[in-house]
Design a protein around this ligand. Sequence first.
Ligand code: HEM
Length: 396
Amino acid sequence: MAGPVERCPARFGEFDLHDPAQAEHLNETLAEMRATCPVAHSERWGGQWVLTAYEDVATAAKQPTVFSSRQGATHPRHSDVYEPLPISLDPPEHGSVRGFLQPHFSRAAVEPLRATLETFVSGLIDELIDAGECDAVESLALPVPLTGLATVMQVPAQELPVIRSLWLTLKDTSPVDDPVGRRAANDALFDYLERLVESKRGAADEGVMTAIANGQIDGRPITREQALGMAYLLMVAGHDTTVAGIAWMLYYLASDVAIRHRLIAEPELMPGFVDEILRFDGPVPGMARTTTTEVSVGDVTIPAGEHVLLMYASANRDEARFEHADEIRLDRTRNPHVAFGTGIHRCLGEHMARLEMRVVLEAVLARLPGIHLAGDDGLDVRPGFVRGPSSFRIRW
Ligand code: HEM
C-alpha cells in the first residue's frame, strides 16, 4: 500500500521555491499541501521534504540538533566558500556567535536608527512627490534597507555608492542561474567587508563593525573567518528581505483603500499592520535544514541526511493557527507568525526590519495618502528563499 507521501498529488513532487512560474501561486499551492499532504517530498534540487503545517514547521525549527543548519539554511547553498554566521551553525557554537551579536540588534539598540531613516525617507519622497507616480519597489522599497544597514554597519557616507553598486550586482546575480557570477559578486562584497573590518581595528566606538573587528567570542579574539561570516550575513540577511517586506506592505496598502483609510484614522493600528503583512506575504517563504537522524513528522518518517524545507509562509496561513488566515485583518490581536522564523535562528534583525517598514509606512500615509496601484497588470513576483514583488507602479 502506498505511504502518506506516495499518495500525495504528483505535482507536489515538482515543488520548487526557485521556479518563477510557481512563485506567483505559492500560497495556493501551500494551501493544497497543508490540506492534502502536509509532509510532502519534492524531487527538485536532489530531493527535499516540504513541511507546511504550523505545528510541524515550528516543532522542527525548535529542534536544531535534529533539523540542522550546518549544511546551510538555503538549498542549494548561496555560497560554498563563505560561511554566513550564525545562520549556518548549530548549538552550541550558534549560541556563542548569536550572543555576541544580539545586544546590537535589540529593540532599544536599533531605535536610534529611526531619525536617520526618517530623514532619508522624507528626502526620497521630496524627490518623488511632484511626479505623482513611481515604481514602488525601485523608488521606495529598494533604497531604505541599504541605508539602514550602512548606518548600523558603520559604512562611511562617502562609500555608500560603492556598497550600493556591490549590492545591486549581487542582487541581480542569481545563485541558481549564474553561480559563477554570484561567486564573483560575493567575492567583491567580501573584499569590501574585509576592508571595512580592518578600518575598525582599534576603534573605540560602540558600533557593530567595531565590535566585530575587536571583540572576543568564547574568550578568544574573533577570527577573520568569523568576522567576515558575521558581516556578510548581516548584509545579505538584512537587505533583500526588508526590501521585499516594504514592497509587499506598499502593494497591499496601494491595493486596498479601506485599509489605507483605517490606518490614517487609527495610526495605533500601524504596528499590527506591519506584522500582519509579514504574516500574510512574508519575504522569507521557507528555510532549509538537513536531518541528522531519522525523524517522524506526523505519519511520515524522514531518513537521516535529508534536506527539509520549513515553509514559514505556509505556517502563517494555517487555519489551525490563525482565524481568517487568508485575510489581512487590522484588528488581529494575537499574531504568533513565523515570518522571522522561530527557535534559535529566529531573525536577529526583526526589530530593525519592523522599524524600517514602520518609517516607510508612516511617511507614505502622511505624505502620499492617496497611494493606489497605477494599473492592474498583475504582479511579477521574484522567486526564491526571498520572495517579493519585482516591480509595480503606484500613483497618489
Ligand atoms: C522583513 C525583513 C526580514 C525577514 C522577513 C527576515 C526573516 C528571517 C528568517 C525567517 C530567519 C530565520 C532563518 C532560519 O530559520 O534559518 C532570519 C534569520 C536572520 N536574520 Fe532576518 N529577516 C529580515 C530582516 C533582517 C535584518 C534587517 C537583519 C539584520 C540586519 C537580519 C538578520 C538576520 C540574521 C543574522 C539571521 C540569522 C539568525 C541566527 O541564525 O541566529 N534579518 N531572518
